[in-house]
Structures are given as structure tokens and as C-alpha cells.
Design a protein around this ligand. Sequence first.
Ligand code: ZN
Length: 244
Amino acid sequence: MRTAVIADIHSNLEALQSVLERIRELAVDEIVCLGDIVGYNADPNACMELVRSARIDCVLGNHDVAAAGLAEPDRFTSHARAALSWTREHLSTENLQFLASLPYEKNLRGLFLFHGSVHNVNRYMLSRRDAESNFLLLDGMPEKPRIGFFGHTHEPAVLTDAYGSEQARGMVSLCDTPARRYFINPGSVGQPRDGNPRAAFLVYDGQAQQITFYRAEYDVKACQDKIRKAGLPETLAERLERGR
Ligand code: ZN
């Protein structure tokens, strides 16, 4: 089974289209999304319709939670908050209802899908140290998932409970030892923050126990034009070309 893993689309239609095109060429068996379909950029409805028509299995991100009105965005920056109000005004009722129906996390055949941290959609998981307390939460689950996929930081990452760290690029072979656990972040489709402006995603090969990180070029300028036309904060347009 080969699973494409995407996250943090953030209403960037050009990036999402480019990533889905590349994923189609890779002929995977399924696509999952780790949350934040909306927020920041200017195409929330078109992105949601693409996600729904491609039958992408999704969990909620913190921006989705706020857009769906499930919680108030108390820890958002002013730019994120401005984009969120705009998103709430523009999302169709059908798409709002779809967002509100999504789960916070999901166990998919031993793969644990979530947005920020285990049982906390808002908290960032940035280091191996952050990962340690989250591995304990996985241990407490009846299914004891060995691999967790997360987003939220917008940076590709491989966090393990082993010594040393794995590079989050190219192909990474996972150790087959049942005791070895991983948290893996594909990076962001619609607002990368690792200094590389290209849209990020990964493919997990369950049989080969391999992760391959990919980057896809997309029309950044077209996305920026839409952000400016919508009257969203200029910084949201500008950061896309820097990948920050
Ligand atoms: Zn995000």
C-alpha cells in the first residue's frame, strides 16, 4: 500500500493542483491530509472541492477548526486572524459543514494521523524532545501505532525515538524494528516555511517501509495575485516566494 501524505494546503489552489498532478503520476493507492485545508490564501472553496472530489481522507487542522466555528482562534497572529475572518465570510455552507464533520485525529491501519501534537491540534511538535511525550501517548493507545504523521509546523521532519536524527528529504528507509517509532511531517503544500517555496508532500510505502519526500513547482505568482485581489494581508503573498 502506498499512501501520499499532504498537509497545510491553506487555500492555495495552484499548489494543491500541482501536488495532486504529481501524485497522480506516482499512482499511489490513497491520499491523506493532515489538516489546515483552509486559512491564509484566497481559494478555500476550490481547494475544499478538490479535496472532496479526490476523496482525500482528512483530519482537522487548527485553521479548519476556527473556520468551522468549532473553537475561537485565540492564539492566531493578526495576519492569520484576518485571513480567517475572510475565509469564514467566503466558505460555502456545504464546505463549512464538511469541515465541521472531520475528526481531529485518525488511526489508519496503524498510522496515526493528526495535525499539531497527539490530542492537541494547536501545539507544535518541533524537536525529538517534543516527540518523546507524544510517543508515550501513542503507547497508551490500544492499537499502539508505530508511525504518526503530523503537520502544523510547515516544515518536513522525521522525528524518531532512536539516537541521531533522520534527514527529511529524498528517500528515508524506516527501521522495521517494531519498537522503533516515528513522527513524520510531509511539509506544507500551500505555505512552505523551510526556505523552499515549492509545494511539499511525501509518499509512504508500507511494504518497503520507505518515505519519499517530494517538492512540486507551482504558479506562485497566480496565487499571490489572488491574495492581493482578495485584499488579504500583503505579507501572506510575499512570504510564498521566500518559502518562509
Ligand atoms: Zn498550517
